[in-house]
Design a protein around this ligand. Structure first.
Ligand SMILES: Cc1ncc(COP(=O)(O)O)c(C=O)c1O
Length: 372
């Protein structure tokens, strides 16, 4: 076996979901995927595309028409680009894989602000590089100059930003981003922006991909999964300088050849579908979950996007994993321990569930913490 692969860890999120499923009657707030079905116009476009014979290989970098549609979408959003800047990928997972594998050499370092989606660590380790964690739990889930400078070394090749964040729902402020921009320019490293939750936010999220001065070092990883409820379609994209996209295309050709052709056609339709309705539902659920946590006296960093809340459980004196195991066994509810995202003292609750499921689950959480 490749030693790097032996160093990879299994997903704790899936482990806790499996534990909940194996426990009769257990509710869960573990899953980070929309409970909506993919909107009908997108499903119909895929069926039509398949029937019309779009069943042959697509170009390695994606079809011309989808890359152009994505470039127009990004340009409209404020990141001016053309189809030359776009690679169609297998979800944001594919985009992150291609971007990180494409830029990293063994021994390079990648700064990962934590709490973080565990995939960043996995890919970095698989690439033979070293994850360097920047703990944001002591700095209000924002980046400070001292903390950032303390983790930069001559081997730093990239930082990965995820805003709105999984697992906290927090958004990085302009001043956090200013610090990253300044350091990246000074020490010459890439900024990988995992913006998979940005399209679901009502307000404009501060975003380094919108700054022209950073264009040469920003790599945007984006997904159809979350905004358009298309997790199972495995579609995303990567936006970066054209010279990088040319090289990443060689890598993608070796990894997956290309993304299914008829799905790319349907993705063009997705880009036309307004997601404001779904975003409004998530916002309402977020307000409900936060109000319930307030009533329970559980503190949490203020979520402004994604579909997660990250309550502080440190006062119970239990490690997050122990808290979550007891919550399943004694409280009949599954949540994901903060340790799965690299930090202690918190649990992640997802609100990708119906109002009824949320109400019952939060009743159970309330009863459980009263019992502690
Ligand atoms: C922060 C973050 N990035 C990337 C992904 C991967 O998304 P995709 O389905 O596009 O591969 C997820 C999925 O949960 C995520 O939460």
């Amino acid at each position: 076996m490749n030693q790097n692969i032996l160093n990879m860890k299994p997903s704790g999120i899936r482990r806790f979901t499996a534990l909940a499923k194996a426990t009769p009657g257990c509710k869960m707030l573990t899953i980070g995927e929309p409970d909506f079905d993919t909107p009908a116009p997108i499903r119909e476009a895929a069926a039509r595309a398949m029937e019309s014979g779009l069943t042959h290989y697509a170009p390695n970098r994606g079809t011309d028409s989808l890359r152009k549609a994505i470039a127009d979408y990004e340009t409209k959003r404020g990141m001016e680009c053309t189809a030359e800047n776009i690679l169609v990928t297998v979800g944001a997972t594919g985009a992150l894989n291609t971007a990180l594998t494409g830029i990293l050499n063994p021994g390079d370092e990648v700064i990962i602000p934590i709490p973080a989606f565990p995939l960043y660590e996995s890919i970095t380790v698989a690439a033979g590089a070293k994850p360097v964690f920047l703990d944001l739990t002591k700095t209000g889930f924002q980046i400070t100059k001292e903390a950032l400078e303390a983790v930069i070394t001559p081997k730093t090749r990239a930082i990965i930003l995820n805003s709105p964040n999984n697992p906290t729902g927090c958004v990085l402020s302009e001043s956090s981003l200013d610090l990253v921009a300044e350091s990246a320019q000074k020490h010459d490293f890439y900024i990988i922006c995992d913006n998979v939750y940005a399209a679901l936010s009502a307000e404009k999220v501060p975003d380094l991909t919108l700054r022209p001065a950073l264009r040469s070092r920003c790599i945007l990883c984006q997904s159809f999964s979350k905004p358009w409820a298309m997790t199972g379609w495995r579609l995303g994209w990567l936006a970066a300088p054209a010279a990088l996209i040319d090289k990443f295309t060689l890598l993608q050709a070796a990894q997956i050849a290309s993304v299914p052709t008829f799905l790319q056609k349907a993705a063009e339709t997705a880009l036309q579908v307004d997601v404001a309705g779904m975003a409004a539902v998530y916002r309402k659920r977020r307000e409900y979950v936060c109000a319930r946590l307030d009533r329970m006296g559980l503190a949490y960093p203020k979520p402004e996007g994604a579909f997660y809340v990250f309550p502080d459980i440190s006062r119970f004196g239990l490690r997050s994993e122990e808290f979550c195991i007891r919550l399943i066994e004694e409280g009949g509810l599954a949540a994901v321990p903060g340790s799965c995202f690299g930090v202690e003292g918190h649990i992640r609750l997802s609100y990708c569930y119906s109002d009824e499921e949320l109400r019952e689950s939060l009743d159970r959480l309330e009863r459980f913490i009263r019992s502690l």
